[in-house]
Design a protein around this ligand. Structure first.
Ligand code: AMP
Length: 190
């Protein structure tokens, strides 16, 4: 199975490009954010715990996320490819992902790092707040999520580079060009 990680700051387009890749290449998708929002909506114990972190712009503890990820992954066995959207977000999660895949005879095929300027990220997230009404898309929480990204998640770029799986794609304001770059990057791994 192709195991593709979509990586980037909040608002960089991970969800949008996951949808594009699913449609164009028939991959399946795990969005840990969507899984957590589903748990919150259903009022589960996990949802209650997750909400406390999400509303503060903080990360859910690694041990919890790693268990969730493994069970969702196993429930989607047989897919042609899997997109990891929003996971890993820490070095501990990246090591756990690697171990989980190795146990199953799999590996991270590639990581696409979506590079977008912070002003553009903020603009998109505030726009999304109007459209989707996500509780954590307000200016104060967005700033916390950027800080969490800088401190805990961005160091992963070096980790992916060391694993030899990193592809960097920079958005220069031209949406059609970015769409085409994503498509080309996925074609390159098939
Ligand atoms: P997202 O939809 O990926 O932007 O995630 C929304 C929120 O869910 C994040 O700000 C975190 O609070 C939580 N979350 C999602 N994925 C993870 C993860 N891999 N590790 C920890 N927390 C996560």
């Amino acid at each position: 199975m192709y195991n593709l990680v979509i990586f980037g700051a909040p608002g960089s387009g991970k969800g949008t490009y996951s949808a594009q890749i699913m449609e164009e290449f028939g991959f399946d998708h795990i969005s840990t954010g969507d899984v957590l929002r589903g748990e919150i909506k259903n009022g589960t114990e996990l949802g209650k715990t997750a909400k406390q972190y999400i509303d503060q712009g903080q990360l859910i503890p690694d041990s919890l996320m790693i268990d969730i990820l493994a069970s969702v992954y196993d429930s989607k066995k047989g897919a042609k490819g899997m997109i990891f959207d929003g996971f890993p977000r820490t070095i501990v999660q990246a090591e756990a992902l690697k171990a989980m895949l190795t146990e199953r005879g799999e590996k991270i095929t590639r990581t696409l790092n979506l590079i977008v300027k912070e002003e553009e990220l903020m603009r998109r997230l505030l726009k999304r707040a109007e459209i989707e009404g996500r509780a954590d898309d307000n200016e104060e929480t967005i700033k916390k999520r950027f800080a969490v990204y800088e401190n805990q998640t961005k160091p992963l770029i070096e980790w992916f580079r060391n694993e030899g799986v990193l592809t960097e794609l920079t958005y220069d304001g031209d949406r059609a060009k970015m769409d085409a770059s994503i498509s080309a990057a996925v074609k390159a791994i098939l």
